[in-house]
Each structure stands twice: as C-alpha cells, then as structure tokens.
Design a protein around this ligand. Structure first.
Ligand SMILES: [Zn+2]
Length: 177
C-alpha cells in the first residue's frame, strides 16, 4: 500500500492528459475529488510502486487518514515521475473502513510524502503453490522449491535426472550462442 502525506494546499494548475487538476497538497476544505487528484502524482517512485493496489492519504496536520483509494492504472511523465489513476473507496469498503479516520499507518516513516507499508490482508494473494496461504510475493518462503519437487515427484517418478533430461530436450536455444 502507498501512504501519501501531501504538503500544504497549493494552487498549481496541471493539464497533463493523465492528470488534470488545479490543486496540489491537502487541506480539509478540498473536495474528495480534489484530494484524490492532488494525491495521484507526480511522484518519484521506483517501478515496484506499480504493484501497489491501494493508497491512503494522510493529513499532515492531524496525522489521520482522510481518504483511501483503489489504484487502477499508472503512468509516467516525461521526467519519469509516476502518477496513478484510481477511485475513492467509500464507507463500507473494507480498506476505507480499516484506515479512514485512523492514525497514519506509518507514523515512524521518513518525512517524504510517499511511503509504502504492507497490509497482510489487503496486499496478499494466495501462494502459487496452491497451499492456500496468503503471501505478498508469488510464493511463501520455500514454496517454490516445494512446487518444483511436487512436480518432479508426480510427473517424473521423483527423478530429478528424468526431469532434467526432459527439460534439456525442450530447452529453447540460447540467444547469444
Ligand atoms: Zn505455498
């Protein structure tokens, strides 16, 4: 998840095709849509940010979460900064109800406007091995090994040699030979 803590409200019109707005920053007089557009970008973020599915916006004055949003799409501007498009999550949405009105989930974070945190429930997907356990990475630790050995056991009678022979026979030709 992203935690966005904008600076003070600032009139700074922007008519980028991906993000049209008049205001940056945050103050409580802004409409929800103005808050969303101010929070969407443009931020200097690593590509990994594009894996994030939710953002919460925190008021610098109160330290409370004032909005939760679902992230639907990312774009980069000419300078490589990133912005997302998304929608405001209403009351009744589980992410809204967990965070909005609550204290900043990252109270000890550095002073930068944007930081990351993990919500074990909302950030997790089922492990690829089929064990059903939630994980943020594609696999629970060690479960990639488990999946590989299960495959060798079921399809190759447990023989790593048989698996490697099968693989070598089908292996794509090296690109730079
Ligand atoms: Zn697993």
């Amino acid at each position: 998840m992203l935690r966005i803590r904008p600076g003070a409200r600032l009139y700074d019109p922007d008519d980028h095709p991906f993000l049209t707005r008049e205001l940056r920053g945050y103050d409580p007089t802004m409409t929800p849509l103005e808050v969303l557009h101010a929070a969407r970008g443009w931020w200097v973020l690593a590509e990994a940010a594009e894996n994030e599915k939710f953002a919460v916006v925190v008021s610098r004055n109160t330290g409370l979460v004032v909005m939760a949003a679902a992230i639907e799409r990312w774009e980069q501007d000419e300078e490589g900064r990133r912005a997302f498009a998304g929608r405001i999550l209403p009351p009744g949405d589980p992410v809204h109800d967990r965070y909005v009105g609550q204290p900043d989930p990252t109270p000890n974070a550095v002073r930068s406007a944007v930081t990351y945190f993990t919500d074990e429930e909302f950030d997790s997907l089922p492990c690829r091995c089929g064990c059903g356990e939630p994980t943020r990475a594609p696999w629970r630790p060690g479960h990639d090994q488990r999946a590989l050995h299960t495959l060798i056991r079921t399809d190759f009678d447990g023989s790593v040699a048989a698996f490697l022979d099968w693989y070598q026979a089908r292996r794509p030709a090296p690109q730079n030979a």
